[in-house]
Ligand binder design. Structure first.
Ligand code: FES
Length: 125
């Protein structure tokens, strides 16, 4: 099983787990104010290791529209398929929320259309 590391915590998670769900299962209250649908960016993380090349079209579009493409990733749009080390940028603690948002479903929403970072970069202009 792959290992997810974040904020000094480490856990083994099943292959195919959404990263946002993995972080929550580790007790990390990362934001997911849109319920994991690539609409809010509160689930965003930076990668220290294991950043996957593949991205959902919804992630590319949201990060590009928010000016965040290339600097952060949306944990609701990432499936854990290998070891990863990440830092969430918006948590209940840092934002003063009373809850992180509606629970994300186990499957990626919207239904994913996959692309790659390279392909996404070619379509930035
Ligand atoms: S973009 Fe809203 S939870 Fe990921």
């Amino acid at each position: 099983m792959p290992t997810v590391s974040s904020l000094g915590r480490t856990a083994e998670v099943d292959v195919g787990t959404r990263l946002v769900v993995a972080l929550e299962s580790m007790g990390i209250e990362v934001g997911h104010r849109c319920g994991g649908k690539a609409r809010c960016t509160t689930c965003r993380v930076t990668f220290e290791a294991g950043e996957p090349a593949k991205m959902t079209r919804a992630e590319v579009d949201k990060l590009r529209d928010s000016g965040l493409l290339g600097s952060t990733r949306l944990s609701c749009q990432i499936l854990v398929d290998d070891d990863m080390a990440v830092t969430p940028l918006m948590t209940m603690e840092t934002e003063g929320w009373t809850d992180p948002g509606p629970p994300p479903r186990a499957r990626i929403e919207p239904y994913p259309t996959w692309t790659t970072r390279e392909a996404a970069n070619e379509t930035i202009d």
